[in-house]
Write a new protein. Structure first.
Length: 278
């Protein structure tokens, strides 16, 4: 645990401490400054979820499949949604015809008013009817747009490239959105993140010397050793840090972003993280 003045000092400098965990004061050449165990975590994940309750017609992926941005993932039944759109469009067309008639009636009343051959009440009645018809048409246009959007939402596409988890439903299954269960999850593989602990004692000297977070970020290069002992070919950069410390270990955690074009790194993989001072 951290007590007294030391606790207050650390809390005041935590935002910088947590991003400096691999570095000592600069040296004339790159040197190893910290080696810790880390774990690979997704940089981004997206739940494949239905917009409305519906039946799955077809799944276009299997567990572990790598998909590209724009790939079709799921098709839901469209029969009822197509009928709902057709009905909404028919109602909108009917309302637009009513608007045209109301416009004609109002134009006629306007002309008669100019000739002073129609009462003010008749004129206002025609104006009200026109505005009511226009409002009704606008409401039905929104409903038609919603029906079109819901029909389009019955096909789900990958918003980014990544790897699919196991589907939670089979084809022909009914998905109830009120149960809050996604069809599956898409996990981004490139780039990918590694979470690693940062020993506070190793950063006190540098942080208290007055270096800012930008300078610390720029001076640190991070490399990985894979579970089989080989070196990962790409270097990483620190992108964020936790806002607090583990009270049992006096450690924080940083997230390091790595390019992963070969998809070597996978979520859950244990790696050895080494920081270098440039």
């Amino acid at each position: 645990m951290i007590f007294g003045r030391r606790a207050k000092t650390l809390l005041a400098i935590v935002p910088i401490l947590l991003t400096a965990g691999f570095a000592f004061p600069p040296t004339s050449a790159a040197q190893v400054t910290s080696t810790v165990e880390g774990i690979v975590v997704p940089a981004r994940a997206w739940d494949v979820s239905a917009e409305v309750s519906n039946k799955i017609n077809r799944l276009h992926f299997v567990e572990g499949q790598v998909v590209a941005k724009g790939d079709l993932l799921v098709e839901f039944d469209t029969g009822f949604k197509e009928l709902e759109l057709a009905l909404a469009e028919a109602q909108l067309n009917e309302a637009l015809v009513a608007v045209e008639k109301a416009q004609e009636d109002f134009a006629r009343q306007q002309e008669l008013k100019d000739r002073e051959t129609v009462s003010e009440a008749q004129y206002q009645e025609a104006l009200f009817a026109l505005r009511a018809a226009q409002a009704s048409a606008q409401t039905l246009r929104v409903q038609s747009d919603m029906a079109a959007s819901l029909l389009a939402a019955q096909k789900l596409y990958a918003p980014f490239s990544g790897q699919m988890t196991s589907p939670n439903y089979r084809e022909n299954a009914n998905v109830n959105i009120n149960r809050g269960r996604e069809v599956a999850t898409l996990v981004q593989l490139d780039p990918i993140h590694v979470r690693a602990p940062v020993p506070i004692d190793r950063v006190m000297e540098r942080v208290l010397s007055g270096e800012d977070e930008t300078a610390i970020h720029a001076s640190i290069t991070v490399r990985l050793e894979l579970p089989d002992g080989t070196e990962f070919p790409h270097t990483g950069r620190i992108i964020s840090a936790s806002i607090g410390l583990n009270p049992d270990t006096d450690e924080a955690a940083v997230l390091v972003a790595f390019p992963n074009p070969e998809h070597v790194l996978r979520p859950g993989m244990d790696v050895v993280v080494t920081g270098y001072e440039n």
